[in-house]
Write a new protein. Structure first.
Length: 133
């Protein structure tokens, strides 16, 4: 394995028993991957917006608010090409996670339905500031 000055993995070769060898190589500019491995895109603040493994059915997408907090992510293909997962977070005025919504959708007969959303709420004490269980 080889690494650059910022400890980013730039090269690796592996082989398991009699299977063919598998090699990885990547290059980085300003500590951001510019080639090799997954295709990655960034916003102006340096947040990762998407990662694609070279297959359209295996990708991740993130969204950030004006404060730089990740408020949404979506994953396509972790459990097969017909399923998407995600999560949305709503923050309260103190920047705490007030609502987290798990998102899921599964393709039916070639058609993507709307997201199935399951919300979870965090309630905090106004006296102690602690989360109420």
């Amino acid at each position: 394995m080889s690494y650059d000055a910022f400890n980013n993995l730039t090269g690796r070769g592996t082989q398991v028993w009699s299977l063919s060898s598998n090699a990885f190589s990547a290059s980085y500019t300003n500590n951001r991957k510019t080639s090799g491995g997954a295709s990655v895109t960034y916003d102006e603040a340096g947040n990762t917006l998407s990662s694609n493994q070279g297959n359209p059915t295996d990708s991740l997408h993130w969204q950030f608010d004006a404060s730089g907090r990740q408020w949404r992510w979506e994953e396509f293909g972790p459990d097969g090409p017909n399923e998407k997962k995600g999560e949305e977070t709503t923050f309260d005025g103190d920047g705490r996670r007030a609502k987290v919504t798990n998102l899921h959708k599964m393709k039916n007969f070639g058609v993507w339905p709307d997201w199935t959303a399951i919300p979870f709420y965090n309630i905090y004490s106004s006296v102690t500031g602690q989360k109420i269980s």
